[in-house]
Write a protein that binds this ligand. Structure first.
Ligand code: PLP
Length: 356
């Protein structure tokens, strides 16, 4: 038998989450964001479940080509655009939509020899100051691109730094209005947080990522508890050993936890080399045999230790859910000082993945 750890990808939950997105933004088309190998879930495992989407958005040319070669005919958006002028040949061949965020990309589009015009997303810097043209530069960039025979449909695109905050869009939306003045163009502005919480930013295409996978854009599970979103990834394992501690006994590296009285603990086959966050402290929730309990002591490379006090019936072979339906990935992430996004993306290659 192999080590009992496994990540399960629930395709029914993905399908369902896409319908939740559709209900939240009924007038918009949907780019399902599948960058970072579908947030660690595996593009191949999510592609069919999300096939009702209007397009896939990602970063890597290789992943885009893979989708085309597997028969995906609807649009594919390169969220960071192209990284080198030569990439335009592949964008042309595979009929990809590319974002354009810098002047050198406009020059490359002007100079390229393409078989047909490519659709572009012109990126406005909404104030986040990562990618995009400043609002006052957008009109001139737009006109330059519009004049190129290599450019097909054009959409204005932006991303927000603080969309979880109810007030977080006020200033960026003003900048985008300024940029869009007189252009009468389609727009794509909304990540997951905007898709759920800012209908005023929906426009023509929304770009949800994290909500498709059933985690919260804010990092707080409570914020999506009423949304109907379902967790897609479950990380589970089993108890492989039990220790009976006496008062004062320590557990694991650095004896980071000590029993204050007699206590049974379980050793679980999952550690930071599987993608479990090493910073998760004592108290991080975990589910054993369907009962909620907590991690105790340091996270090791290959093991964690959990309190079995609330589940005295549990023993070797008991099922452990590290995150999934019962233990929300956001709760584990929060305890460890990170976000669900990072935990999903950091699922380690050594963990077998099973799609159901
Ligand atoms: C990752 C990304 C998204 C999706 O973000 P979520 O918070 O996961 O919904 C949308 N747009 C761009 C440009 C992105 O890079």
């Amino acid at each position: 038998m192999s080590r009992p750890i496994v990540a399960t990808i629930n395709q029914q939950a993905l399908r369902h989450n896409l319908t939740v997105v559709r209900q939240a933004a009924p007038a918009s088309r949907v780019w399902s964001v599948v960058k970072a190998n579908a947030y660690g879930h595996g593009i191949d495992r999510v592609r069919d479940a999300l096939s009702a989407t209007d397009g896939f958005a990602l970063l890597n040319m290789e992943e885009a080509i893979q989708l085309r070669e597997q028969g995906w005919k609807k649009p594919i958006l390169l969220l960071e655009g192209f990284f080198h002028p030569d990439d335009l040949q592949l964008i042309d061949r595979y009929r990809l939509t590319t974002s354009v965020h810098s002047n050198w990309q406009i020059n490359a589009l002007a100079a390229a020899r393409l078989s047909a015009p490519v659709d572009i997303y012109l990126k406005v810097n909404s104030g986040m100051n990562r990618l995009g043209f400043r609002p006052e530069q957008v009109n001139s960039a737009w006109q330059k691109l519009r004049a190129l025979s290599n450019v097909g449909e054009m959409t204005l695109m932006a991303h927000f730094a603080d969309a979880e905050n109810p007030e977080g869009l006020i200033d960026p939306l003003q900048r985008i209005e300024q940029a869009a003045e007189g252009l009468n163009c389609p727009r794509s502005l909304s990540n997951s947080a905007c898709t759920l919480w800012h209908p005023e930013a929906h426009f023509d295409w929304v770009r949800p990522g994290i909500v498709l996978y059933g985690a919260s854009p804010s990092g707080d599970w409570q914020d999506i508890a009423g949304s109907g979103l379902q967790p897609v990834m479950t990380l589970s394992s089993e108890i492989i050993a039990v220790q009976q501690l006496q008062a004062g006994d320590g557990v694991g590296y650095g004896y980071r936890y000590r029993a204050s009285s007699a206590q049974r603990i379980g050793v679980v086959a999952c550690g930071y080399a599987d993608g479990y966050p090493r910073h998760a402290p004592t108290g991080t929730p975990v589910c054993v045999d369907g009962v909620m309990t907590q991690v105790v002591g340091a996270i090791s490379m290959d093991m964690i230790t959990v309190d079995l006090t609330p589940c005295p019936q549990a023993g070797i072979g008991s099922a452990v859910e590290l995150w999934g339906e019962q233990v929300k990935i956001d709760q584990v992430a929060k305890a460890a000082g990170t976000v669900g996004y990072e935990l999903m993306c950091a699922l380690a290659p050594r963990v077998p993945v099973r799609a159901i």
